[in-house]
Design a protein. Sequence first.
Length: 293
Amino acid sequence: MRFRKLGDVRVGAVGFGTMPLSIEGRPDEARALATVHAALDAGVTLLDTADSYHPPGGAPGEGELLVARALAAYGGRTDDVLVATKGGRGRTADGGWTVDGRPGHLRRAAEASARRLGATPIGLYQLHKPDPAVPYAESLGVIRELLDAGTVRLAGVSNVDTAQILLAREILGDRLVSVQNRYSPAIRESEPELRLCAELGLAFLPWSPLGGISRSSLDGASALEEDPDFGGFHRVARELGVSPQRVALAWLLARSETVLPIPGASRPETVRDSAGAADLDLSGEELAVLDGR
Ligand SMILES: NC(=O)c1ccc[n+]([C@@H]2O[C@H](COP(=O)([O-])OP(=O)(O)OC[C@H]3O[C@@H](n4cnc5c(N)ncnc54)[C@H](OP(=O)(O)O)[C@@H]3O)[C@@H](O)[C@H]2O)c1
């Protein structure tokens, strides 16, 4: 697999978003481990999780513990794997998502994540979402403390606008290496943030790069599969004899050298298929079709 950079760390150009392995609808343990192992076998070295990736009523960190178990059970090399986790969100019993950017919470959350991952420093720690009740600079100040204390090696932010990225860079300096925002063929609102990351040399990790987990499909196909507006992706995929998801990820990679997609999956087949996007080159003509959808 080709590589991309996260700060000074080289990772496979397609990462793996492990959220579908940890929230409602998750597969059983054997399939979850097999999916992570299929990703690693395919050359994926960036695994994204969060302390809030657990089913409603579950315990914070279930997703991180799963990633730690999967790495421990893998027979191959894992020293080149970067685990990216996040703090600053939680879940309600009815399946909602909360936000908590208070300094005390973030400090405790990062320390608990490091314990669960069995790794200090945490490879990449991302502030999950700005908390409107807490000045963003205050939450970012805790990330700087965690970097200084050696709890965290690299820092990222998520669900942010351009002003928040610039503030994070001011506070964290070059230890800020990534921005994780929603971005996919269907949802392109984060174009300004993607562009700013390209200018600043920050990795841009598009979340839900395939449009998210389909709620209407029992076999777990991505939302992109069902979207009638994305004929271009389906047409190019048919011509190349690959899946439209692989085309979507290759298109994302072509948006900028700093884009690093983290598609989710709950099956070895899908994660393997997505990983193949790292080596799919699209022609200028194909990209023009896809830019227009
Ligand atoms: N920072 C944030 O606020 C935030 C929010 C949401 C997500 N995220 C991160 O972003 C990651 C990705 O987002 P996501 O999981 O919501 O959605 P996604 O990556 O857009 O879509 C995941 C879905 O796509 C399917 N899929 C994946 N590869 C496929 C392929 N090659 N062919 C056919 N279907 C394929 C999967 O099916 P199967 O389940 O059948 O494998 C799964 O249902 C998450 O896992 C999480 O790590 C972050």
